[in-house]
Design a protein around this ligand. Sequence first.
Ligand code: GLC
Length: 454
Amino acid sequence: MMDVEVRELMQAFVLSDYQVQEVYSRFCAEISKGLKRSTHALANTKCFPTYVQDLPTGDEMGKYLALDLGGTNFRVLLVSLKGHHDAMVESQIYAVPKDLMVGPGVELFDHIADCLARFVEKHEMRNSHLPLGFTFSFPCEQKGLKEAILTRWTKGFGCPGVEGEDVGRLLHEAIQRRGDAEIAVVAILNDTTGTLMSCAHRNADCRIGVIVGTGCNACYVEDVANVDLLHADFKRNQKDVLVNAEWGAFGESGQLDFVRTEYDREVDDTSINKSEQLFEKMTSGMYLGRLVRLILMRAMQSKVIFKLSNRREHFATALQKNEDVFETRFISEIESDSFPEFSKTRTIITELFGLEKASVEDCQKIKYICECVSKRAATLVAIGVSGLINRISDRRVVVGMDGSVYRYHPKFDAYMRNTMHKLVKSDKEFDIMLSEDGSGRGAALVAAVASKTK
Ligand code: GLC
């Protein structure tokens, strides 16, 4: 039996069936609002049309370059689509230094162009004129496949001079400034779109792509008739269009206030985008560790954990060091640890607090805290996924998933399915698949289907 005090402490993180239903209804209403021209401006979930209308068949062929910017790293990739649902990817990771994440936009794009040039040089492709797909994982209002206006930065980025601008143009100009490679940017896409495309490449029933990584978002296949926001001169001769929901922003009109806790408010208050991305702040890797850190601080203060230690002050100082000392990956490690050894948990406690022999009880309590935070995150993601599955007319829907939280957490998938079984309509069938390199393969596939359409 879990200790009463820690249960009490975590009570606000345990969503009741009523709360789940209520968040579900509010979420569905918000998606409808985002799609309609008349209510779009008021909606949190912007539901941007991506201008991608064809899912891959699996026969796509050819070589493509891809760029992937949106999390902790930046990547350049060379993707060879080989037909028969097959692809080969070579890639190179480049760090994005912290100061570039908030420095002038021009410098960020110059860095991207530099890395691209180095990659192209290394692979001796300077004059190969390969088409390039740019996975830019931030909210963009697309005017077409190649034109994407950044509406706001998220996930700790904040470079001035980019919001309101076409990131395709900024990239093109940075490539031109270097002047040493001829590269055509043929598509700009979100990572969720890439995930959907790469999963659809393998499984024809895939209709939704979800990321639970640094940020949290989804893309899905919508009936063109429901999408008001497409450009007037865009030909509506196809049935579907992929929509980037940007659901991380859900809750900004107060819809989640009845479930948000004091810890959620503090994480938001101390973030660089206060009052924005509130759903994301309850579900994604950038914030889950920060939530656990705040709860641990409270637990220590009220002697719920480390009750017998006279070094609590010292432990509290260790947590105060910075908001990211308790990394989100610790949650995955602690939840996959086994009773009563708790070897990973103990290593983390030693690393953080210098405490060598934490008691079994303390390890159990910390694990319970992590469980409550990640289970709530998975429940919220499942609410969103169920809302989208129920919107889609196909009876069978496969959901493609990616992102560090989903990928490395031992139970995120199981927690999600649990909630989905309650919310997905009984006449539907769903499954979840793990995406393989959505940002790279997905970018190549968008570029490939785009040239096919042309
Ligand atoms: C943030 C971005 C969104 C992206 C997600 C996952 O929510 O706004 O565009 O898809 O993170 O990376």
